[in-house]
Design a protein around this ligand. Structure first.
Ligand code: FAD
Ligand code: EPU
Length: 347
């Protein structure tokens, strides 16, 4: 039993949420992490590139992939230890993120409720330290288990070495080195719920909930997300296409003075502020824009959308036009959040 299965010349159109047409020269479905060492030896023989693909909800194929696309199908989850106040949960990479959120809430564990309904897999969650509605998952990650291509071994990377930041981590900085095979989360049974993000309390009130539990928060956030973001099953997209720019405080304050309605949020240090990319894009006139099948969602200005048959290159070209126009109008540079395959952002 090798633990992986290979197929050649595979269509990726159904494996990315932009629904962009692209092909992989080879695809490997991996069922056991112990098989990765042999698989990478095999891939080296082919001398082509290798990439890991989860649910394809945070990448844009601007070209076919000429090497091996690795998909991890292991999806088991269990409680490793439980002291009554906290439990350590181990989830394998192929599990869907929202299934993990539901599984933990069902066992009375909280912490992940604000991240309900984020698409994608557990294995991808540490890559950009996924986050929503005031919570980033890095806060709960105790250990990331990952195959290190450099040594051919599976390593346990402790929280302190993961370098989690806003939409960033050590793993994102070196995507070719790591294949994340499992993640361990330390989750509390009780905690103060995070309800401060705009709209969350209002949604709970609309649900008729006075004393919310974590599962109510997950439901409220799922309802907000369903209204606010286009459903990739109906309209191809990868969520926010740009990160919210983090600017020196002086630049953000000057922008706010000229544009008092610009949403500005605190960042990791008092010298930095995060500003709303959606607001800048909307004010630059792009919300609801469409050219051919490439567009900017009418629902949310930060979401690049494929109305049908846009190519990755067409979507990327529109993203560049949007970023150029925001740069000209506001003097602010935008950086894409999803990984670009077969293209670079900097021209
Ligand atoms: P993929 O898109 O398949 O891969 C993303 C990156 O991770 C690639 O570089 C890939 O090579 C790498 N990767 C994937 N799995 C592994 C692994 N096991 N080991 C090593 N590398 C790996 N993100 C947020 O943070 N917050 C949100 O609120 C949010 N909302 C979204 C809403 C929508 C509608 C959509 C479509 C996306 C949203 N996203 C959000 C982005 C996306 O859901 C996350 O980035 C998610 O973690 C991607 O998971 P994936 O399995 O689809 O990864
Ligand atoms: N806004 C506009 N125009 C729009 C949409 C929003 O001006 O078309 C303004 C809103 O008025 C609001 C502000 O932008 O004041 C922020 O909007 P929102 O709450 O929708 O959040 P966001 O900054 O656009 C970020 C994340 C999302 C995450 C939400 C909720 C990034 C790049 N995006 O979006 O994550 O779900 O906050 O926490 O940080 C993703 O990463 O793919 C993603 C969807």
């Amino acid at each position: 039993m090798s633990g992986y299965q290979l197929a050649e010349n595979v269509s990726l159109a159904g494996r990315n949420t932009f629904h962009v047409a692209a092909r992989a020269a080879m695809m490997a479905d991996v069922t056991r992490s112990e098989a990765l060492s042999e698989l990478f030896d095999f891939a080296m023989l082919r001398e082509g590139p290798v990439m890991v693909l989860g649910e394809g909800s945070n990448l844009l194929f601007a070209a076919d992939f000429p090497g091996v696309v690795v998909c991890l199908t292991m999806a088991k989850v269990h409680i490793v230890e439980d002291d009554g106040s906290h439990a350590l949960v181990r989830a394998e990479a192929g599990l869907s993120w929202n299934d993990l959120v539901t599984w933990t809430l069902g066992r009375g564990l909280c912490g992940l409720e604000n991240t309900a309904l984020i698409p994608g897999t557990v294995g991808a969650s540490p890559i950009q330290n996924i986050g929503a509605y005031g919570v980033e998952v890095g806060e709960f990650i105790e250990t990331v288990e990952a195959f290190d291509r450099g040594t051919g071994q599976i390593k346990r990377v402790a929280h302190a070495d993961c370098e989690f930041a806003y939409r960033d981590s050590r793993f994102k900085a070196d995507l070719d080195q790591w294949v994340i095979t499992a993640v361990e989360f330390r989750l509390p049974r009780q905690r103060e719920l995070k309800l401060d993000y705009a709209g969350v309390r209002e949604e709970l009130a609309a649900m008729g909930v006075d004393t919310p539990r974590a599962s109510h928060v997950a439901e409220a956030i799922s309802r907000i997300r369903t209204r606010k973001l286009p459903n990739p099953a109906l309209l191809g997209n990868a969520g926010s296409f740009f990160k919210n720019p983090v600017l020196p405080a002086a630049q953000a304050d000057a922008l706010k003075e000229t544009h008092p309605l610009l949403p500005v949020f605190p960042s990791t240090s008092s010298e930095l502020r995060k500003v709303s990319a959606a607001w800048l894009i909307e004010k630059a006139g792009w919300k609801g824009f469409r050219e051919g099948d490439a567009g900017i969602a009418a629902q949310h200005a930060l979401v690049l959308v494929n109305h049908g048959n846009a190519t990755g290159a067409q979507l990327l070209s529109l993203a560049h036009r949007v970023a150029d126009s925001v740069q000209e109008t506001f003097g602010v540079g935008l950086e894409p959040e999803p990984r670009l395959i077969g293209a670079r952002w900097q021209r």
